[in-house]
Design a protein around this ligand. Structure first.
Ligand code: F6R
Length: 241
């Protein structure tokens, strides 16, 4: 595990964008796993900036997002599909992008399909991940099996509470279920990169990186990965000692 601690959110976004750009430069048809949420917003902005200045070209890159809410259409303002459109794909042309379809008539089949698409593209080269305050990665909540594949999951109360900020702070509007790549799906990526910023993540970051490797803290399972990098700002790293 390689832990990089930088001063602030701007440096974090810059560092992660540079790592991604470097991977795209060395493999033009990179298969890139992406995350949504607040943490990667700066990273997306920096990648757009780099792309506009011809410092990176995503034209041959294929992307797979980690997760999507069940029951939200692709054009729902709170769907992860829409988030990606707004914050990245509207400005960056990639070869092909995949996001699980939370409105698929048969969700179990959608999960199998997602797995088979990942396989068809040769597997994920680099997976970007945020971390939930309960230690979730993707939407794999505490207790998720380490051999789980893309599946339908129930969201924990803490996740519903945290994500209510995207739904006008109205918890009742947050979907209770999501589709997510499983832990094993994530661990099969050739490289994993976890990012976290802010004091509110310090406790869970310390548990994930210094505590026991356990399904109770899904992010800790990333320590079993042979190519695992963590990029933190100082505030998120403060409890690492
Ligand atoms: C989102 C995802 C989640 C988030 C996590 C942190 O696609 O997979 O695991 O990365 O909930 O979210 P933020 O960045 O909003 O703190």
């Amino acid at each position: 595990m390689n832990v990089i601690v930088v001063d602030d959110y701007m440096q974090l976004s810059d560092t992660v964008a540079k790592i991604i750009a470097q991977r795209v430069q060395s493999k033009k048809d990179l298969v890139l796993g992406l995350a949504t949420g607040s943490t990667p917003l700066g990273m997306y902005q920096e990648l757009i900036h780099m792309s506009k200045n011809n410092r990176v070209n995503f034209g041959q890159v294929t992307t797979f997002n980690l997760d999507e809410y069940v029951g939200l259409s692709a054009c729902d303002p709170q769907s992860y599909c829409r988030f990606m459109q707004e914050h990245f794909f509207d400005q960056i042309k990639v070869k092909r992008s995949f996001i699980p379809n939370g409105l698929a008539p048969n969700l179990a089949y959608e999960c199998l399909l997602y797995e088979s698409e990942i396989k068809r593209y040769g597997g994920i080269d680099l997976q970007i991940l945020g971390i939930g305050r309960d230690g979730h990665i993707g939407f794999n909540e505490p207790g998720s099996a380490c051999n789980s594949r893309t599946c339908v999951v129930q969201l924990d109360d803490i996740t519903i509470r945290d994500n209510a900020r995207f739904f006008n702070n109205d918890r009742s509007r947050v979907p209770r279920q999501a589709l997510t790549m499983g832990i094993e799906t994530i661990l099969e990526a050739r490289e994993c990169l976890l990012i976290a910023n802010g004091a509110h993540k310090a406790d869970i970051v310390a548990r994930a990186l210094r505590g026991p490797v356990t399904e109770s803290v899904p992010a800790s399972l990333l320590r079993n990965h042979k190519s695992f990098t963590v990029v933190l700002d100082k505030a998120a790293a403060i409890s690492l000692g």
